[in-house]
Design a protein around this ligand. Structure first.
Ligand code: GLA
Length: 150
């Protein structure tokens, strides 16, 4: 399991949070983009196969899944946290392209695709590639410093 890191939407500077910012979010809690930094929005990567693994909420141990858990989740499927460790929960962190890739082939996007996504914008899966869907994996101590997630 990796050291804790933050997931930063590069163009807006906002971070992946479980909605409500709880240390133990309920199953099905949506991932949204928010500005504050605290320990309840730290993530760890649990490698499972090759580059694929689970993105785990550091405090609760819950992992990010597309809502419904399907490997073939469609465009606009929201990301949530729960305990379902399955193929549909596998992601890879492509630090070169700054993409957060779902095993089904789609990418994490701010809902609506805006580069300046506002507070509490939901994070969804989508197949498009553009400048508004770049994410960086950064240090909890310095959100401007990218970290190598191993
Ligand atoms: C809009 C954009 C897409 C994508 C989605 C995400 O529809 O046009 O490229 O970013 O938002 O919700």
């Amino acid at each position: 399991m990796s050291e804790p890191f933050l997931i930063k939407h590069m163009s807006s500077g906002k971070f992946f949070h479980p909605r409500g910012g709880s240390e133990n979010p309920c199953d099905g809690t949506e991932i949204i983009l928010c500005s504050p930094i605290h320990t309840h929005m730290h993530w760890k990567f649990v490698r499972v196969e090759g580059q694929w693994g689970y993105i785990q909420h550091a405090e609760s141990g819950k992992i990010i899944n597309p809502k419904g858990g399907s490997l073939c989740s469609g465009n606009e499927t929201e990301l949530v946290v729960n305990n379902d460790r399955q193929q549909g929960a596998l992601f890879s962190l492509d630090a070169c392209n700054h993409h957060l890739v779902h095993k089904g082939g789609k990418f994490a996007h701010p809902q609506g695709g805006s580069p300046c996504a506002g507070e509490e914008t939901k994070v969804v899966l989508h197949s498009d590639v553009h400048a508004g869907m770049k994410f960086a994996f950064v240090s909890p101590c310095n959100a401007n410093q990218e970290v190598k997630v191993v």
